[in-house]
Design a binder for this molecule. Structure first.
Ligand code: ADP
Ligand code: SF4
Length: 691
């Protein structure tokens, strides 16, 4: 079958040192908030990727020693033999499907905070640790370096015991000691580990040689290396030292896993980097230097691009973190010619936000991500319907579309009614804002699926009243009517609304409907939501030629976007576009002359002239239809459920998740739903003695 659709090249096996990947689909290491804290959940999630066709499936970064303690974040751990059984859960799951398991060993140097272990932080040089915590790393002496090499060798042996096929040396993301040693910004050593590139590469070379030596042909040795820091001559560049490093180590690893640093550059969002394959210009040279297989990333979702990169000799293996999160079955779908079914990553980095919060991974496009073990959700399978036959879903935003699609998959006859002329709700509307075009994929994927099914009827231009819904006599109704941004200033910081007179007030909904503020004077955006929306509409209006002032009680624009690795880009984009940012201020009042603000700390007053106000404060749930149905016709329905933003405004990811959950739980025994509401991994309490 794989030969039939022109992508057969992607399904060729690839030899990686002593092991062979069954195809070219390579899930590179990625963080997930499961790790050593939730090993069963991580094993199940990785197992699903292997089931979906990824020929290689890797862990996230794995701390090799208590001096590299990344707590409170839930990375992996291989400090000693006690960690092996948890990791074995994962290798077993991956092997069940004939895939290879890779482990990314890491010592994080001054990037580790050691909050849990309180161990001294080891660094390439004396320097503050990589956080605001007032603590420093000490420059490693020769004994420390010998210790580190020994820890890495022992961790590699434990990795072999745990069943891994590929063991990493990791110099990337500015997060690990080998990387810190390589970069002059960090490395100010005067011994044989500092100064010349030959010296700065020494630690990496030793780790590669020693890992290979102890593994003794049982596992492949991979080297993950960021060839460019994307900061021009101020950092490592692919054309200069990046290339020189590859030349020096060309044949030493069995596999080159190459990318760019830091993490915010490697995992760029579509908002700031819409191009799939954006890392190719940086990493493409590597194949010309080494004879070893090369894996590269760049948010690949197009099989045409993947096949062309392999054909032209740019990559041997198609690396993916986010595309494998959004669609663990991407390889299988390509192999089976089910290209239209691929759930394309939208590049929103909500997956990243879970890691930065230290909670289990989630994904906008794939509501089952992170839920494989704790809810037993499979991305491609769902239980067949019970005794009910029909369901009505009202509203076609992400919640309604996901709910309708899953109900249809279960076999119900589904009717979907949408008030507006187009399906898609907020995922369509938000995609019209600057930078968010790819978010439309949330609607596109589900609409395509629904349109293929014979058991679905879909209606646009159908604003349903309670009476009309009751008249349809469909016993099971899911109301996904969404929410609207309100015009009052009542938001996150100030819970009381302030007076506004003689000044037009806009909301993000107006901007999405292309009803823009006048060009005659500045528009003042008051952002007390502090999510992504304030910054997005500011950028949008600046691009539309408006003079924009962004006022927020937060310390920076769009504070939330720090979690998605975007905040610096947001602030830079706004300032570059000429947006005036006024942080740490609350709106006090506004009238025809402009807005009066108060400093968040001193309450000192300040007046800013403007001719319109754009409130980005909070959203009102649209529950009118649901309330009326419940009140007037409640008895008539077997199921009447409010879902998505109408139930609890949040991210698009939350709305998709709510729609999915409703469809999964429909017709399930409520006691069973209650019983497995949230499966937890509880440590076994063993008395280890002690003082
Ligand atoms: P969510 O994120 O929860 O899916 P959205 O705001 O994206 O919510 O979508 C809600 C959708 O519901 C919108 O497209 C809206 O037009 C539609 N809608 C709201 N009220 C009705 C109604 N009474 N009848 C049909 N559709 C409705
Ligand atoms: Fe892609 Fe967003 Fe899912 Fe992450 S959360 S995998 S960026 S769709």
């Amino acid at each position: 079958m794989s030969g039939a659709n022109g992508y057969s090249i992607l399904f060729e096996p690839v030899k990686i040192g002593p092991v062979t990947a069954r195809n070219r689909f390579y899930q590179v290491p990625h963080c997930n908030g499961l790790g050593h804290v939730r090993p069963q959940a991580e094993a199940a999630m990785r197992g699903i990727k292997a089931e979906g066709g990824w020929g290689v499936v890797c862990t996230q970064e794995t701390e090799i020693h208590p001096t590299s303690d990344l707590g409170p974040y839930a990375e992996n751990r291989i400090w000693d033999a006690q960690d092996v059984p948890a990791l074995q859960l994962m290798t077993n799951k991956v092997h069940e499907h004939g895939s290879l398991a890779g482990i990314q060993l890491a010592h994080n140097g001054h990037h580790a905070m050691n909050h849990l272990t309180r161990a001294p932080v080891l660094g390439v040089s004396d320097m503050p640790i990589d956080s605001v915590y007032p603590k420093q790393a000490r420059a490693m002496d020769k004994q420390d370096i010998r210790d580190l090499r020994r820890w890495h060798r022992h961790a590699a042996l434990r990795a072999k015991d745990a069943g891994f096929d590929i063991v990493y040396v990791y110099a990337g993301h500015l997060m690990t000691l080998p990387h810190h040693f390589l970069l002059p910004q960090y490395n100010d050593r005067t011994d044989e580990y500092g100064g010349s590139l030959e010296n700065r590469v020494r630690l990496t070379r030793e780790l590669l040689e020693e890992t290979r030596e102890v593994l003794d042909g049982h596992c492949a040795v991979a080297f993950r290396f960021a060839v460019d820091q994307m900061m021009g001559p101020d950092g490592m560049q692919a054309a200069e030292e990046g290339r020189a490093v590859v030349e020096m180590l060309a044949e030493l690893p069995d596999l080159w896993d190459v990318n760019v640093a830091d993490w915010s550059n490697d995992s760029q969002t579509t908002r700031f980097q819409p191009q799939d394959g954006f890392q190719q210009p940086y990493t493409e040279f590597v194949k010309q230097i080494t004879s070893k297989p090369v894996v590269g990333v760049g948010r690949f979702t197009s099989p045409d691009l993947m096949a062309s990169l392999v054909k032209k000799g740019a990559l041997d293996l198609i690396g993916a973190a986010r595309p494998s999160i959004a669609d663990p079955f991407l390889p299988s779908k390509i192999e089976q010619g089910r290209i239209e079914e691929i759930r394309e990553c939208i590049g929103c980095n909500i997956c990243v936000s879970a890691d930065t919060l230290g909670v289990p991974i989630r994904c906008t496009q794939n509501p089952t991500m992170g839920e494989e073990w704790r809810r037993n959700w499979h991305p491609e399978k769902i239980a067949a319907k019970g005794c009910e036959d029909t369901a009505l879903v009202i509203g076609s935003g992400p919640a309604g579309l996901e709910c309708a699609m899953q109900l249809a998959k279960r076999g119900y006859d589904v009717t979907l009614a949408e008030a507006r002329p187009e399906f898609g709700g907020r995922s369509l509307r938000e995609s019209r804002l600057k930078g968010l075009g790819a978010w439309k994929r949330v609607a596109d994927n589900r609409l395509w699926d629904l349109q293929q099914r014979g058991n679905v009827q879909m209606f646009t231009d159908s604003p349903m009243t309670a009476q009309e819904v009751a008249g349809l006599e469909i016993p099971n109704v899911f109301v996904a009517t969404g929410s609207t941004w309100h015009r009052s200033s009542r938001g996150r910081t100030a819970l009381a609304s302030v007076p506004v007179r003689d000044l037009p007030i806009y909301t993000p909904d107006d901007i999405m409907a292309n009803d823009l503020p006048p060009e005659t004077g500045p528009v003042l955006i008051y952002d007390d939501d502090q999510g992504y929306m304030g910054g997005v509409v500011a950028e949008h209006l600046a691009a539309e030629g408006r003079q924009v002032i962004l006022v927020t009680p937060g310390a920076v624009a769009s504070a939330f976007t720090d979690l998605t690795l975007e905040q610096a880009r947001v602030q830079t984009a706004l300032l570059t576009a000429g947006v005036e940012i006024v942080p740490l201020h609350l709106l006090q009042s506004a009238d025809a002359s402009g807005a009066t603000l108060a400093c968040a700390y001193t309450a000192r007053s300040r007046h800013i002239p403007c001719t319109s106000l754009l409130m980005v404060s909070a959203r009102a749930r649209d529950t009118e239809l649901f309330d009326s149905l419940k009140q007037n016709y409640g008895e008539q329905f077997t199921t009447l459920e409010l879902i998505g933003d109408a139930a609890a405004p949040g991210l698009i990811a939350d709305a998709v998740y709510a729609g999915h959950m409703a469809a999964r739980n429909f017709e399930r025994d409520p006691a069973a739903v209650d019983a497995d509401w949230f499966r937890r991994e509880i440590p076994v309490l063993t008395d280890m003695g002690g003082a």
